[in-house]
Design a binder for this molecule. Structure first.
Ligand code: CUA
Length: 156
């Protein structure tokens, strides 16, 4: 097959661009602590109160400086709605809903999840600054949507 010189140049250029583009997309998707959405774990939304770890929602120590924070969302509250986390702790937040779709945004952080009944969504974050964070529901879920908040306190 005979190829024109310019044709070859443009072909190489095109393939090169494709590689650069895919690399940028691939790297940036996971940069700055972004995590792929995780809703692989299923749960019976009718039995959340009986299903571990959501039968005892709250903070659980799982290792040296590692914690699990299990939160139940329901119209129109989070359980628990006040959590104290020791500074520097690496926390895996697991959240599920007992009724409709809710949101789970921790204002001022990159934590932003959709909370779907039937699924457990998770996000791991290290809290290395003391202070207070507000958890907000950012999915419209009904009349009390705007009141649906909770608080995380990172303490020394
Ligand atoms: Cu829950 Cu909006």
């Amino acid at each position: 097959m005979h190829m024109h010189k310019y044709e070859k140049v443009w072909l190489v250029f095109g393939i090169g661009c494709l590689f650069v583009f895919l690399t940028i997309v691939g790297v940036s998707a996971f940069a700055e602590g972004n995590q792929p959405p995780s809703c692989l774990t299923t749960i019976d939304p009718e039995k959340v109160d009986q299903t571990p770890p959501f039968n005892k929602p709250g903070l659980v120590k799982t290792g040296d400086n590692e914690y699990q924070l299990n939160i139940v969302a329901s119209a129109f509250a989070y359980t628990p709605n006040q959590v104290e986390i020791p500074k520097g702790a690496k926390v895996t937040i697991n959240v599920t809903s007992k009724d409709v779709i809710h949101g789970f945004e921790v204002v001022g952080t990159n934590i932003n999840m959709m909370v779907e009944p039937g699924y457990v969504n998770s996000f791991t974050k290290t809290f290395d600054k003391t202070g207070e964070y507000t958890i907000l529901c950012n999915e419209y879920c009904g009349a009390g949507h705007h009141m649906m908040t909770a608080r995380i306190k990172v303490v020394d």
